[in-house]
Design a protein around this ligand. Structure first.
Ligand code: FES
Length: 371
């Protein structure tokens, strides 16, 4: 029996409706957050749910869910405390913060306290190096933390409090955060932070201004163009480039006549190379028989010389059909490991076939094994 209610399904439909009909699989990332908001992690049932509503198989969903660290693969505490121990934060004391919390809570990386309140994890750069060392709780920032400050935050959380992060709204649980990450509004007061960047972020800019350093041609007020505006600008640029092209000279303006060097025509216009509009077959024929005196024109109605030794062009559609027939679709969406027996047999058959052709051992194809 599914753990997902009709309300979850309704939200899933709402998420999917945000994407073009033929691009619904793009909804997978928010859908994974949605199932995480129900169970606190992406369970096998969550994977199955996403696969079902998007018409994917479980292996496809699992490949995405296991790629991103924000999708948890086992039950996670109400508060995910992530301490950055990457280079910048580390030299500023991030490791001491992490070690202090680990010792105090009695848990290691990716482990949860017995009361189910706190999950601790090492984090790679949290993109706030200018405020290092930093830690986040359910992805809200605590800047410039030290061991005592970090202990104060987790103790308040364990006591049922909801401390204020350095930026953003008062903390919420991981499940509540997952609802926001799935793309639904957070109704709490002040949930959406505003205001400009902090001074540490602007420090480089201030120094540049102070020392008169600037990027040539950089306009900080350059507006971000919409797609329509960008397309219009590209079309105008193309039209300008077309207009700037040199006009054809009188000597080579005739239909089908190749361009001649400027010296031969007496023209002072730039030398324009004749367009190479030969078909691949003509080029191949000329390469193979450079002295055959073949005509080079390939205009409609021109007789194309035939090289009887050249292989006939492949029928791409037939080749594709043959390839598809020889490679049946993979399984029923089970993880690759479920099909180990079948893969083993395929590999043996491939090796036997290659041996029979004297081609040596076959190279195993990609099996789609998850990391
Ligand atoms: S190194 Fe810690 S936020 Fe970048």
């Amino acid at each position: 029996m599914t753990v997902f209610t009709e309300e979850t399904r309704e939200r899933a439909r709402e998420i999917i409706a945000r994407y073009p009909a033929d691009r619904s699989r793009s909804a997978l990332l928010p859908l994974l957050h949605l199932v995480q908001s129900e169970e606190g992690y992406v369970s096998p049932a969550g994977v199955e749910f996403c696969a079902e509503v998007l018409g994917l198989n479980k292996a496809q969903v699992g490949a995405v869910a296991t790629f991103y660290t924000m999708y948890k693969r086992k039950p996670t505490g109400d508060y995910l405390v992530s301490v950055c121990t990457n280079t910048m934060c580390n030299v500023l004391g991030g490791q001491e913060v992490y070690d202090t919390l680990a010792e105090h809570l009695g848990v290691g990386h990716d482990e949860t306290t017995a009361d189910g309140r706190i999950t601790l994890e090492h984090a790679e750069c949290l993109a706030a190096c200018d405020y290092g060392p930093v830690m986040t709780v359910n992805y809200d920032f605590f800047d410039n933390v030290d061991p005592q400050g970090a202990l104060g935050v987790v103790e308040e959380l364990r006591a049922g409090g909801r401390p204020m992060p350095t930026r953003g709204a008062r903390l919420c649980t991981l499940k509540e955060m997952a609802v926001q990450l799935a793309g639904f509004a957070d109704e709490r007061d002040g949930a959406v932070g505003d205001g400009g960047p902090g001074e540490p972020t602007l420090r480089g800019l201030r120094l540049a201004e102070q020392h008169g350093i600037s990027v040539p041609g950089f306009d900080p007020n350059t507006p971000i163009r919409s797609k329509a505006e960008a397309d219009k600008a590209a079309a105008e640029a193309k039209a300008r480039a077309e207009a700037a092209k040199p006009a054809p000279t009188a000597g080579n303006a005739g239909a089908g006549e190749p361009a001649r060097p400027a010296a031969a025509t007496g023209s002072t216009a730039p030398d324009v190379k004749a367009p190479d509009d030969k078909s691949p077959q003509v080029r191949t024929a000329e390469t193979r028989q450079p002295d055959a005196g073949t005509a080079v024109a390939d205009a409609p109605g021109t007789k194309v010389p035939t090289d009887t030794t050249a292989p006939a062009p492949r029928d791409a559609q037939a080749a594709e059909s043959a390839g598809a027939a020889a490679n049946p679709p993979a399984g029923d969406g089970k993880p690759a490991g479920d099909e180990a027996g079948a893969q083993q047999r395929n590999l043996k058959e491939a090796e036997a076939g290659a041996g029979a052709n004297g081609a040596g051992p076959a190279v195993a194809s990609e099996t789609g094994v998850q990391k």
